[in-house]
Write a protein that binds this ligand. Structure first.
Ligand code: DP6
Length: 355
């Protein structure tokens, strides 16, 4: 399927049980399984891919900026590997042009790597017409960005840690589609717009290597992932909320115990934590759960019914710049050719042609 453009829109996800720490850096294999909720198109990445024998090199353009594919960085090598893996499977040598755009509200400091990795992997597979299922595609996405493998499905998704050395059993699968518990929503409180000092990629290496508490985390997270699955199956928000908050706290505890320490939360994040506990106490049960990824911005998981109460609570906290709303998303979709980010003008501008 050379010289044809495929465009995928994929969305971000928020982990209820988080991935933190890699047991294998080459294949991006995690120490524990993780569970997330896929977000809606308010937080999405759109990626167009075209393979052609006329291209002289691989080229990646994100939000209008050409990325350095040849760089020795971990991310560049993951991307190269994803392309090489796909080319090998398809038995092709053609180079690829990848153009990606994020619709993440600018200046929110929200990472877009999960959405981008899912969109990229799926677009590559479509462009090369590879006959592989979503589970196999999730193994490609996992190598581009771990959390990205969970964005290949909508609803509630689990990334199985797997035990095989070759990563063959480390893949993502959907646990529940969006219709199972549609009331679940995410309110994202934007606390900071600056980028984090320690990338999650660095944290995945530093924490297992240096934290003396980390040995406990995979065991705890694995057990909590099973409990979270049951809580969701039973639509037991009270229990799910406790699991989600404690997993976030556990992750930030091992981050603080890393050496040098990794500190993502700030005073506003902590004010949010206290406020959510107070809100839950007032209700006599958990109606909301905070969870923080590798940054100070808070994701508040709640239900439609308690959206206004959570928004009210957040509005009383100084330092929150903005609150975004997301319901559960349905997963990636193929866009029509008219929506492609690659056209003759873009191609001419890149100078990617051999001649
Ligand atoms: C805290 O998936 O961003 O958000 O594999 O290096 O791309 P890479 O890391 P990434 O790590 C995500 C960490 C997290 C937890 C989670 O989403 O599971």
């Amino acid at each position: 399927m050379l010289d044809k453009t495929y465009t995928i829109r994929a969305t971000s996800n928020i982990a209820f049980i988080k991935y933190w720490g890699r047991r294998n850096h080459e294949l991006n294999l995690p120490y524990n399984s993780s569970i997330s909720m896929t977000l809606d198109e308010n937080l999405s990445a759109t990626t167009s891919v075209e393979f052609s024998d006329s291209f002289k090199e691989d080229m990646l353009i994100i939000d209008g900026k050409r990325q350095d594919f040849s760089a020795q960085s971990e991310k560049a090598s993951y991307l190269r590997r994803a392309l090489e893996h796909a080319r090998k499977t398809a038995g092709l040598n053609a180079h690829a042009l990848v153009v990606s755009e994020n619709n993440f509200p600018s200046g929110t400091g929200l990472a877009s790597s999960a959405a981008g990795a899912a969109a990229l992997s799926l677009a590559i597979v479509k462009a090369l017409d590879l006959k592989i299922d979503t589970r196999e595609i999730s193994k490609i996405a996992r190598q581009v960005s771990g959390s990205g493998c969970r964005s290949l499905y909508g609803g509630i998704v689990k990334w199985h840690r797997g035990t095989h050395h070759d990563g063959s059993d480390s893949f993502a699968e959907q646990l529940f589609d969006t219709s199972y518990w549609p009331e679940l929503i995410d309110l994202v409180a934007i606390v900071t717009t600056s980028s984090k000092k320690v990338s999650s990629s660095e944290g995945h290496t530093l924490t297992p290597r240096t934290s003396r508490l980390y040995d406990l985390r995979p065991k705890i997270a694995e057990a909590e992932a099973k409990k979270a699955e049951t809580a969701i199956r039973n639509r037991d928000f009270n229990l799910l909320a406790e699991i989600v908050m404690r997993d976030s706290n556990n992750l930030h505890a091992v981050c603080l115990d890393s050496w040098p320490p990794i500190i993502y939360l700030n005073d506003v994040s902590r004010a949010i934590i206290y406020a959510i506990h107070e809100l839950n106490e007032n209700y006599g049960k958990n109606v909301a759960a905070y969870t923080f990824d590798a940054g100070a911005n808070a994701h508040i998981i709640t239900t439609q019914k308690h959206r206004a109460a959570v928004e009210g609570t957040l509005s009383s906290i100084n330092g929150i710049k903005r609150v975004l709303y997301s319901k559960q998303g349905n997963g990636p979709r193929l866009l029509s050719e008219g929506k492609s980010l690659i056209n003759d003008e873009v191609i001419r501008h890149t100078g990617i042609y051999k001649y």
